[in-house]
Design a protein. Structure first.
Length: 179
């Protein structure tokens, strides 16, 4: 059976939580374990607003969830439900950028084009909603994927994940072509 990309549902949350934690712990060699664990308390995690908005997707392989990722027409740039700085206000597609959000891939399926598959779907959906600009907050391991897909980095930020730890993220942007 081929991989299937579909919209995430609330019933997927337990499997998504496991996938996100496993992906973050095994694919984030650029970070110290304490940084990853801190990020899993808020910066990384399931955002049920994305699921409710039907802008979050999963990729399944023989019924197993092997990746997730989405986009948003809301102001929050990153973070799961536990993230403190959430802003559910709607973005204006004429003047603001849609947000690419919460991409995680099963470590056993990494670097096989699944992230690109998800990203293409998210870009297509954002374009359909009228957005011409996209932005995201990349993890250090994610910078290579997004850069290869036309996103440009603009600086680096250190985000406080608690207990005296910070984690580095890279803000990135892309203008969608007219195709």
């Amino acid at each position: 059976m081929a991989m299937q990309l579909r919209k995430a549902t609330l019933a997927d949350i337990p499997r998504l939580e496991v996938l996100i934690a496993r992906s973050a712990r095994e694919l984030s060699q650029e970070y110290r374990p304490a940084q990853v664990e801190g990020a899993l308390r808020g910066a990384f995690g399931v955002d049920t607003q994305l699921i409710s908005d039907q802008t979050y997707f999963v990729v399944e392989d023989d019924g197993e969830v092997v990746a997730c990722g989405g986009w948003s027409f809301r102001s929050t740039l990153f973070g799961g439900d536990a993230h403190k700085s959430r802003d559910a206000s709607m973005l204006d597609p004429c003047t603001q950028a849609a947000k690419i959000r919460a991409f995680f891939v099963d470590p056993s399926r990494a670097r096989r084009g699944i992230g690109s598959l998800l990203l293409e779907r998210c870009e297509k959906e954002a374009r359909r909603y009228g957005f011409t600009q996209l932005e995201l907050m990349a993890t250090l391991p994610g910078v290579k994927l997004y850069g290869a897909r036309g996103y440009a980095a603009f600086g680096q930020v250190n985000y406080d994940v608690g207990q005296g730890e910070t984690i580095e993220f890279v803000p990135m942007r892309k203008t969608l072509s007219d195709r």
